[in-house]
Structure formats: C-alpha cells, structure tokens
Write a protein that binds this ligand. Structure first.
Ligand code: ADP
Ligand code: MG
Length: 391
C-alpha cells in the first residue's frame, strides 16, 4: 500500500537547508513552509464568487532563501532537475518558465505590488505530491512568498498574509499561465490547525470551521489516483468559460447570484448542467458547515457524495479512477467520498471512521488492481496549519 507520509518538519527543514548549501555553497538565511490543501467541498466555486471549504494538509513545501548582493534570482528544487536564473524584473510573464514560473513569478508579483524584494537564492523541497490536485503549486508560491517577506523584515501578521494571496495568485495565473481562483493560496496562508476554512468569494470573507474529527473517531483519507491533471490543458479553462457563458445567459454578474429555478429553465443543456453544479454546490457547502456544527457526520458524508455525483454528471470533471475511489471507499465503510481539486484526475477525499481506515485503503487498492489502474497513493490528513517561518 502506497502511503505518503507528511515527513517531520524539523527533518524536512534541515534537508532543505542542506540542499541549499549543496546547491549554492552558502547557508540559507531562513526557511519557511507552506501546506498543500484538500478541498472538503465546494469545487470550481471560487471563480464563481461562491463558497468552498478547504483544509490545510500536514504535507508542505519548504523554501530556504538567502539575500544576494545583486538583483538576480536563482531558484532550484529538490523535486525538479531544472533551475532558473534571471532578474526579478525578468521573472514575469514570458520570463520564468516551467516550475520556476511559480517560484520566481511570486518575486516578480511582489516587486510589481511595491514590496521591497531583494535579489535572492531559493531552494525548495517538500512532500506535497505534484499535480495531484492537492495544490503543490500554491504551497510552492506561498512558501517562497512567506520566506521572502520574512527576509525583508515583514511581520507575518494577518495583513501581510492577506496581501500575499493575490500576489501568489498572480504568479500562477500570469506567469505560470494556469488560471486559479484563489482558494489554494488563501487556505495555504490562512488556515488554522484542526479546522477547515470556509471561504466566501462573494465578499472575500473567510472563517475557521472546527472539525472535531478526532472526537468523532473519524479521519480524512486523501487518495491520489496518480492520474495527472493539467490545468493548462483546457478542461479547467473550458469550465470557467462555460460558467461565464451561463452567468451571461442568466443575466447575472456571477453564478453565485443565480436561482436554481432560473438555471433549470436554461435552454442550453450544457450550460444548464454547468450552472446547476455551481448553484447546488454552494448550497452543499453551506449545508456541510451546518451539519459540522451539529456534529451530524452522516449528513456530511451524504453531502460529499452528492457533490461527487454533481461533478461527475453535471460538471463532467471526474474520471474512471476517481469514480472508482468514491464508490469503493463508500462500499468499504467511508461515510462519504468525492473527487477534490480541479478534476480530470488528481485526488479524492473520503470521510472515514478510524476503525475502517485500513479496510478502505485496501479495498481501493484492490479495486484499482482489478480495473488495471496504476496503484494509487494514500494520505491521511489531520487538518494542519498555514504557512509559517520554520524556527
Ligand atoms: P497541483 O497544484 O494540484 O499540485 P499544479 O499543476 O497546479 O498541480 O501544480 C504542479 C506544478 O507545480 C508542478 O508541475 C511543478 O511545476 C510545480 N511545483 C510544485 N511543487 C514543486 C516543487 N516542490 N518543486 C518544483 N516544482 C514544483
Ligand atoms: Mg495547483
């Protein structure tokens, strides 16, 4: 059974410092970490002014940085063979490419926003699986942003954290060329341990929602199907465009304002189904928060499953591997399960009684073998903390 350990933060921080020393022949000034995330419910709602409920993973990316005497940037990763070097001004759109677009792009966006960003050497390393729908991209951006903000003496207060969200988004959207709605960066910079973060993109507010998984003897199981999604590849962009078209057909500024009755009356079958997913998904997020408040875990499980069906049938972003995880997990005792993240591959999240955890993982592995899929990887998730400097 493939099980992805988050790793020990002290050891990972040391390994990141050692990697920095090996690459640049000098010591890093500091190390910051930023978590990946799993979205409990509320998918593709962020760019529709809607609701979502992500959780920070214990799996994180660590960024070691040191100031340079000149205005240049060098970025390297223990997870990538290629490196990038250039000026901060040259790290913008069309400048930094490949994985470096996320890392160096943040420095460009921070400089563009008027932050004092010196030339830096950066080395990153972490345990968030790449391209698994668990937001290694935002973990990378936010680890670099927090490290560089700290390097320039900025206090990591709420104001700084909030200010960094759109800059990390800008690196991803404009430099890496992957449109992103902001959920990933927000949870990476703001999440509190033991909680999910309810994000409302209608008014940009957010609040922590206590989960109490441990008391209920439940856990979150994330299963990476290892089917690689590619945000650049159209699927995500197509859905965004379809949502915009549906909002235009309904005469509303965003699908957050659409009424289900009006959606059901849309002539265009495709736009109707896309809009119906968004409108019902927002309702499911709100219902999940209510059910969590009441400790009604069975209701939470049913909502997760209903969300999956909506993404599979109306939004059409699932795949055979994700459907197999969901069906098998529930059959083996999960209270609920759904695909999570942008879709077209990536991961599923299941709400599992601790006593059934092993049985669920084994059942999924067996089902994957039977279907001829690549073996999946499992992550057990205790809702973790936001990006921080590593002492
Ligand atoms: P996800 O965010 O779901 O993992 P994305 O496609 O948004 O998937 O981002 C994955 C990309 O982010 C990788 O292909 C790589 O370019 C970059 N990336 C993330 N973490 C790292 C890392 N530690 N080292 C190098 N590149 C990384
Ligand atoms: Mg991403």
């Amino acid at each position: 059974m493939a099980f992805l350990d988050p790793g020990d933060p002290v050891e990972l921080s040391s390994a990141t410092r050692a990697g920095f020393r090996a690459r640049y022949g000098a010591d890093a000034a500091l190390v910051a970490r930023a978590p990946g995330r799993v979205n409990l419910i509320g998918e593709h709602t962020d760019y529709n002014a809607g609701l979502c409920l992500p959780v920070a993973l214990p799996h994180a990316t660590y960024a070691a940085v040191a100031r340079r005497a000149d205005d240049r940037v060098r970025v390297a990763s223990l997870e990538a063979d290629d490196t990038w070097e250039g000026t901060i001004a040259g790290a913008g759109p069309g400048g930094a490419t490949g994985w470096a677009a996320y890392a160096a792009g943040v420095l460009w966006a921070m400089r563009e926003a008027g932050h004092d960003v010196p030339g830096v050497d950066v080395l990153v390393h972490g345990t968030v699986p790449l391209g698994a729908g668990l937001s290694s991209s935002a973990a990378l951006e936010c680890s670099v942003a927090v490290a560089v903000a700290a390097l320039t003496g900025r206090e990591l207060d709420l104001e700084t954290r909030r200010a960094l969200v759109p800059l990390c988004m800008r690196a991803e959207s404009e430099v890496a060329g992957a449109p992103t709605g902001g959920m990933d960066q927000t949870v990476a910079l703001l999440a509190e341990p033991g909680t999910a973060l309810l994000l409302d993109f209608g008014d940009d507010s957010n609040r922590a929602v206590p989960l109490g998984l441990e008391d209920a003897e439940l856990t979150l199981l994330v299963t990476d199907t290892r089917v690689s999604h590619a945000l650049h590849d159209g699927g995500y962009g197509d859905r965004r465009a379809e949502c915009e078209a549906a909002a235009a057909a309904l005469g509303v500024a965003s699908l957050r304002e659409a009424e289900l009755s009006a959606v059901e009356a849309l002539d265009d079958d495709l736009l109707r189904r896309r809009a119906r997913h968004i409108v019902t998904e927002n309702d499911r997020v709100a219902a999940t928060v209510t059910a969590l408040g009441e400790g009604d875990w069975n209701a939470v499980g049913r909502l997760l499953l209903a969300s999956h069906v909506s993404m599979r049938d109306d939004f059409e972003i699932s795949c055979d591997e994700l459907d197999t995880v969901v069906t098998t997990a529930v059959e083996a005792g999960a209270l609920g399960s759904r695909m999570t993240g942008g879709g077209f591959g990536g991961s599923a999240v299941s709400l599992v009684p601790l006593a059934r955890l092993d049985a669920v993982m084994r059942a999924v592995d067996t089902a994957f073998v039977a279907a001829g899929f690549r073996p999946p990887a499992h992550l057990q998730v205790d809702p973790a903390a936001r990006a921080e400097l590593v002492p």
